[in-house]
Ligand binder design. Sequence first.
Ligand code: TMO
Length: 329
Amino acid sequence: MKPYPAALNLLVCILLAICYAAEAFAIAKQTAAPQATSPPAQPVLLVQNDWTSQVVLAHIVGHILEDEGFPVKFVPFDSQLQFQALADGAVHFQIAAWQGPMYEAYEQALGIGMVDAGTHAASTREGWWIPHYVLNECPDAANWQGLNDCAHLFAPDDADMTGQFTGPPADWGKNYARLITALQMNFAITNVNTPQELWSTLQNAYKNRAPVVLFNWTPNFTDVMYDGRFVDFPEPTDACEADASWGPNPDATGDCGERRSNWLKKAAWSGLAQMYPAAWKILKRVNFTNEQIASAMKMVDIDEMQPVDAARLWIEQNSFVVQQWLGRR
Ligand code: TMO
């Protein structure tokens, strides 16, 4: 019997090797394919706070990421403690960090695991706020001294002349009790537990044209629902905190109010860029204006939509800008 020539053996070997290689390649492709197209298994953890604009903006970002194939999860978080959680990677992204109430907590977390993910076009302000009709009875109420001169108008009962300031939830990082003391104002604070209590206070006063001064901010749905303005306090300076002789009260530091124009930033866990590079690229591009935020809030606070539905509608109505954020325009 004629033995197989060595050349044939070699040929079979080569063919088999090619087949094995091809098969191995096909298997590798099969297992590689889902990795290339399907999202990472771990969700992007989006911080959710307890006021409408943040919640609806977070849902807009959530829908955008989900539509790009990333699973997302919303994690309710306190607005002061959230920055340390971002530094720790316990949460991954905050769409709206407000300079006014959050500056210090934000700064402390920078460089220890949290990164600045960009600044929105929107500028923000928070503080004491009055409806315009208050100026009829108290013409100088746009300024803290003028307001203070009319404190009795804001007193909850006639026997007591101390005005009532309806303040924010106690964990929102404001210290208006200190401000009132430093400026020796004839006001006392009633802190609400939820922002809804602010709006019911405003609404009740508004319909009776009753004097009211409460904590508010912009952008907010009140920008389009109510006619009103912030009360101006002395603008803050370093000397206000360092030098008692500075400011209206020569014996106190802290006798100044808040900055009148502040940033709105995005913040992220530093590991997000490596973990979800494509998501990170999108999140860095997301950039809201005051008008865009107000229109999203209006859908929730006035039109009474659920934040998740409002976010979907907002994306439909703003598809051009969303496409820009996705890098498609
Ligand atoms: C941060 N906030 C808008 C509630 O003042």
